[in-house]
Design a protein around this ligand. Structure first.
Ligand SMILES: *[C@@H]1O[C@H](CO)[C@@H](O)[C@H](O)[C@H]1NC(C)=O
Ligand SMILES: *[C@@H]1O[C@H](CO)[C@@H](O)[C@H](O)[C@H]1NC(C)=O
Length: 547
């Protein structure tokens, strides 16, 4: 419905000659019926706010401008008389005629400090009118959308509700949130405790919300600020994270040697900072993953970032000739692991080079070759780093483009023939006579995780993009981070899904990484599957094709 209305408005925008968003002056405002109507409406609102018998009256409309938004904003400068006082003030009135909406969205007539009731601009307890209720339910839904909990949360109590007129209405409130027994899915939106029983062992959170309503914007409502205290689940001292003994154990575990004492001191400090970060991630972990001193625990975020894609992946990059995959219909096995079917090579190590995209691509083609040609080959990433000129070697790339490059080159050499160096070489040493595996095309699979599983079980491991946040400190288990860390616009790491399974109530992907076998679960990562497809952790779900 909204969409129809919006398109219905377009001819008006163009007929009026106004530029969407621009303001235009109205030359004789007092001769314009609509300006007069907006002015009278503003006066009524102002007088309502004054709440006194003395009324403010309009002396003159000094100037008027209109702005076409999803309706019309009237910017009015009016001269008003109030008692013996005459003053000029600026008001903004928003009118959306097709919804009968008239709102004064801003004014500077009434000085809140001088007015006893201190209404405008001042923070007042908000009446529980329809808009306030809408603001609260909007805040609650936003909370649930951002949470990656399997269960929906509901406020046990709402308090400290206030409303402030700024450039729009700013609502603030506190909510004591309690997890319920309802799944956190769109089907359960707007449900309360009568529909969803509280989950007494569930997460309890005291949260502060700030919600802004700007009636002339689409969408009208925004969550502008939001914080929760995790209801006592957080805690633990941070000083126990960073004993020298921990650092010593870490050095032994990963055979770390530092050249100077100064370097060692610096690394100890980085290690301590990192362990605090790991603790924070652990505190909000909703799955079974453990975060702590991995092989990367002495690296700064910049150093660690060298193995990620410097820029988030552009989800829209897709070669013209990449096909949509056929998704198998019918039942999907409850678990599947291509490692049990000889389609996955040993875990490799990309080193300090942002070549994850190349490993993600070769891993997929290795799987295709093993399954369709019955031969498990370890294929060359360095060939892609050096010879795929569309991608940027150690500075990042995209599997979708790598498939194209492989077809143009004529195929992939093996790891043995074209070994991994972990840096951008000066030239491409590709030798066509040494090609060991070829592809004839590539497919884009799906972002629906049920369809991904169906395709995987039938066809083989899949190249995907994920957000590597938290992976620096991942020690094992099923990672189930907060949804904001699965932001599909922040995908910075290419990996390979080789299977999936379920443990307890957590369904998970088995993901082959390229950070060597001493990271994670022998080089693998398990990441929760967001069942109903509401949460897209994955992007760029691709496979090469063999003819
Ligand atoms: C409401 O505000 C008061 C005063 O700032 C504060 O003490 C109280 O904790 C707030 N209520 C909630 C539920 O946060
Ligand atoms: C390419 O590989 C073939 C077979 O291994 C070899 O005989 C030939 O010398 C190579 N060419 C180059 C330019 O290295």
């Amino acid at each position: 419905m909204k969409l129809l209305v919006f398109f219905g408005l377009l001819p008006v925008v163009f007929c009026a000659g106004g530029l969407m968003g621009g303001k235009s002056n109205v030359p004789n405002p007092e001769k314009d019926d609509q300006i007069m109507a907006a002015t009278n409406f503003a006066l009524g609102e102002l007088n309502g706010l004054l709440n006194s018998d003395a009324k403010m009256t309009n002396v003159k409309i000094v100037s008027a401008q209109t702005q076409v938004v999803a309706g019309i904003n009237y910017y009015l400068t009016i001269r008003v008389q109030y008692g013996a006082d005459v003053k000029e003030c600026d008001v903004v009135v928003f009118v959306q005629s097709w919804t009968n909406t008239n709102k004064m969205t801003s004014q500077n007539c009434i000085d809140l400090k001088a007015t006893k009731r201190s209404l405008l601009g001042g923070i007042v307890p908000a009446d529980m009118d329809a808009d306030t209720k809408k603001a609260i339910s909007f805040g609650i839904e936003s909370f649930n959308q951002r949470s990656n909990s399997m269960f929906r949360s509901q406020p046990l109590k709402i308090s400290n509700v206030s409303k402030q007129l700024v450039a729009g209405n700013l609502y603030k409130f506190d909510a004591d949130m309690q997890e319920t027994q309802c799944r956190n899915s769109q089907d359960n939106m707007n449900k309360g405790f009568t529909d969803c029983q509280p989950n007494v062992n569930g997460l309890r959170n005291v949260c502060k919300f700030t919600v802004l309503q700007q009636v002339w914007e689409t969408p009208q409502w925004k969550l502008t600020d939001f914080s929760c205290n995790q209801g006592g689940l957080l805690g633990g001292d941070s000083h126990d994270l960073c004993h020298l003994a921990h650092f010593t154990k870490f050095k032994t575990d990963f055979n770390k040697n530092y050249e100077t004492t100064q370097e060692e001191k610096k690394r100890f400090k980085v290690f301590c900072d990192n362990m605090k970060t790991a603790r924070k991630i652990q505190d909000v972990e909703r799955g079974t993953a453990k975060y702590g001193p991995t092989i990367f625990a002495d690296m700064t975020a910049e150093e660690f970032g060298l193995r990620l894609n410097p820029k988030p992946w552009n989800l829209n990059v897709r070669p013209d000739n990449m096909l949509d995959a056929d998704i198998p219909q019918g039942p999907v096995p409850t678990s599947f692991d291509w490692r049990d079917h000889g389609a996955v090579t040993a875990v490799k190590n990309q080193g300090s080079c942002g070549s994850c995209w190349a490993f993600s691509t070769t891993g997929n083609i290795e799987g295709q070759w093993a399954i369709r040609r019955q031969k498990l080959l370890s294929l060359s990433e360095q060939e892609l780093v050096d010879c795929d000129k569309v991608d940027q070697g150690c500075n990042g790339g995209l599997p979708s483009q790598a498939y194209e490059a492989i077809m143009k080159l004529g195929g992939l050499e093996t790891e043995k023939e074209y070994g991994y160096k972990g840096y951008n070489e000066k030239s491409c040493y590709f030798n066509k006579t040494e090609v060991a595996a070829k592809i004839s095309g590539s497919v884009k699979i799906s972002q629906n995780e049920v369809e991904i599983a169906a395709w995987l079980a039938k066809n083989g491991p899949i190249s995907i993009g994920i957000n590597a946040f938290a992976m620096q400190f991942y020690m094992g288990g099923i990672s189930h981070p907060w949804k904001i860390f699965c932001n599909p616009t922040k995908l910075d790491h290419g990996v390979l899904i080789v299977g999936y399974g379920v443990e307890g109530s957590e369904p998970y992907w088995i993901i082959k990484n390229s950070w060597g076998p001493s990271w994670g679960e022998k080089g693998y990562y398990r990441d929760v599957i967001y069942c109903q497809g509401y949460y897209h952790v994955l992007c760029c779900v691709f496979s090469g094709l063999l003819s």
